[in-house]
Design a protein around this ligand. Structure first.
Ligand SMILES: [Zn+2]
Length: 164
């Protein structure tokens, strides 16, 4: 038990160092400047009285590919399945892409600003309640595969699009 816990702690610190290294590399990248600009233009999404901030995407370009490192974290903050969010983004951006471990690699150059906008659109369709604007919702599957967005706050249940 203890050994496993120790190993996990070591692993966690490795992950921390690795993440920090990534950040340092990224700050040197031109793409970072682009992301900063996008960040300034998209500071916060306000839905009614509830204030909820969605992180902006972080990443860089690799040749003709776009690497985004925090899609999983964003999905987690929205309490949604990362695969569901990715499918939506690929369709909306009309770009190929997939998860490679925790990163998303898009097969084309996609601007961070564009991805941020699509994530905001995703949140308004699949996270925020259309009645009370709160983000405390769940996606449920109803009869005949119809998907619903059920609000935990006000109880409203509305059908949502199926993302294929
Ligand atoms: Zn509601």
């Amino acid at each position: 038990m203890c050994v496993y816990k120790q190993m996990f702690e070591v692993y966690k610190s490795f992950v921390k160092v690795y993440k920090r290294m990534n950040e340092i590399i990224l700050t040197m990248d031109d793409y970072e400047a682009m992301l900063k600009k996008a960040q300034e233009e998209l500071p916060e999404i306000t839905h009614g009285e509830s204030r909820f901030t969605i992180d902006n995407v972080k990443g860089h370009l690799e040749g003709n590919k776009t690497v985004i490192i925090n899609i999983k974290q964003i999905a987690k903050s929205l309490d949604r399945d990362p695969e569901h969010l990715l499918k939506y983004l690929l369709r909306e951006l009309a770009a190929p892409g997939r998860f490679v471990r925790d990163r998303v690699i898009f097969g084309t150059k996609v601007s961070a600003k564009k991805i941020n906008k699509k994530i905001a659109k995703y949140a308004s369709e699949f996270v925020f309640c259309s009645e009370c604007s709160k983000p405390e919702t769940k996606i449920e599957e109803g009869k005949a595969g119809v998907m619903y967005l059920k609000c935990q706050a006000c109880g409203v249940k509305k059908p949502v699009k199926t993302v294929r």
